[in-house]
Design a protein around this ligand. Structure first.
Ligand code: GYE
Length: 335
């Protein structure tokens, strides 16, 4: 053990030493407050705010959280065009933002852009939409983490509710989201994970409705013409499309079928209008998918920029709502 210096033995600290320590302390305090006070500039690449009530609530949750957290949010909306979105992410890289949040319009084709972001040392956090990388890029840390809902679980929950409600006997028509979008792919798989267990449950038709009520309404009008009363249920990949289905059934006076009664309807999202239609018994079940990701994602991004690491996938908790629990839950719904 080295011998103590005279100062140490005496416990006396010479003034010069004290000044050095004071300067070091002040510097440390300054760095901490500077780090705390630093306004991060974060690029948010949104897929298409106009596509659904869910997406509108999602975009708003980011704007609100950025205001609250003092973040300079650079918001770009791809309007549902994936090549535009990739270009927007490249622009964020050129602008040297501190970090990028990506809600990918489509699941694949992101390797080059994310490799570019990594080369520029700009961390990327995925919000809501998962994506698939090429095998050689899977373990290169091209994104720090993903935060969102388990889309496959949502499909399974919809299938399970319908299997129970129909005792496993039902001719189903499906209205998907856009074919390349993660929720469409995974909800469709999850739904079939369950229906494939019941020989009496058949998906007799399946077409995309692009997340929109008007497009889903046209698809449903055609289904009603082709299949009419042979349809037992509709699985709509989001609420807005379920709203279009209700309109199409109500407007087909010739068949005179009642939505939610003669034809069961299951949706995903759990937006306010969906709850109102559950209470009116025009919709039968909604699998929640929470869009309010802004605050949790932006907080994670700021912590990443301060050097913290996170698990690769972080799931939001979602529930199933029916006419039984919708009225009670509606007053507290934020979207
Ligand atoms: O279900 C749909 C939206 O990615 C979970 O995208 C989201 C989906 C949501 O437009 O309404």
């Amino acid at each position: 053990m080295p011998a103590l210096t005279q100062e140490q033995a005496s416990g006396h600290t010479p003034p010069r030493k004290r000044v050095e320590w004071l300067i070091a302390l002040i510097l440390l305090l300054f760095l901490c407050t500077w780090a705390q006070a630093k306004t991060y500039r974060i690029g948010f690449a949104q897929s298409d705010t106009a596509e659904s009530d869910w997406r509108k609530a999602n975009t708003e949750s980011f704007r609100e959280a950025a205001r609250e957290l003092g973040i300079d949010l650079v918001f770009k909306d791809a309007g549902g065009k994936t090549d535009v979105q990739r270009q927007q992410v490249r622009e964020f890289i050129d602008q040297k933002v501190d970090a990028i949040v990506l809600s990918a319009n489509e699941i694949s084709g992101w390797d080059d852009v994310l490799l570019q972001a990594r080369k520029a040392r700009i961390p990327v956090v995925l919000s809501d939409r998962t994506l698939v990388l090429l095998p050689e890029n899977k373990h290169k840390g091209l994104f720090v983490t993903w935060v969102g809902s388990d889309f496959r679980y949502e499909g399974r929950a919809a299938g399970a509710w319908l299997a129970q409600e129909t005792a496993g006997h039902c001719n189903i028509v499906e209205i998907q989201g856009p074919p390349g979008a993660a929720p469409s792919i995974e909800r469709g798989k999850g739904f079939r994970d369950v229906t494939s267990l019941f020989p009496g449950m058949k998906v007799i038709a399946s077409k995309p409705g692009m997340w929109r009520a008007d497009q889903a309404k046209e698809v449903m009008k055609k289904y009603l013409t082709d299949e009419g009363a042979n349809i037992c249920a509709v699985f709509a990949h989001n609420d807005n499309m379920a709203f279009g289905v209700v309109e199409a059934i109500e407007e087909n006076k010739q068949l005179g079928l009642k939505p939610g009664k003669d034809i069961l309807i299951v949706g995903v999202d759990g937006v306010k209008r969906g709850f109102e239609l559950l209470i009116e018994k025009k919709l039968n079940a909604l699998v929640e998918c929470n869009p309010l990701l802004g605050k949790i994602v932006l907080k994670i991004v700021t912590e990443v920029l301060r050097g913290r690491s996170f698990p690769p996938m972080m799931y939001m908790q979602d529930k199933v709502f029916t006419a039984h629990n919708a009225a009670q839950a509606l007053p507290s719904r934020k979207y």
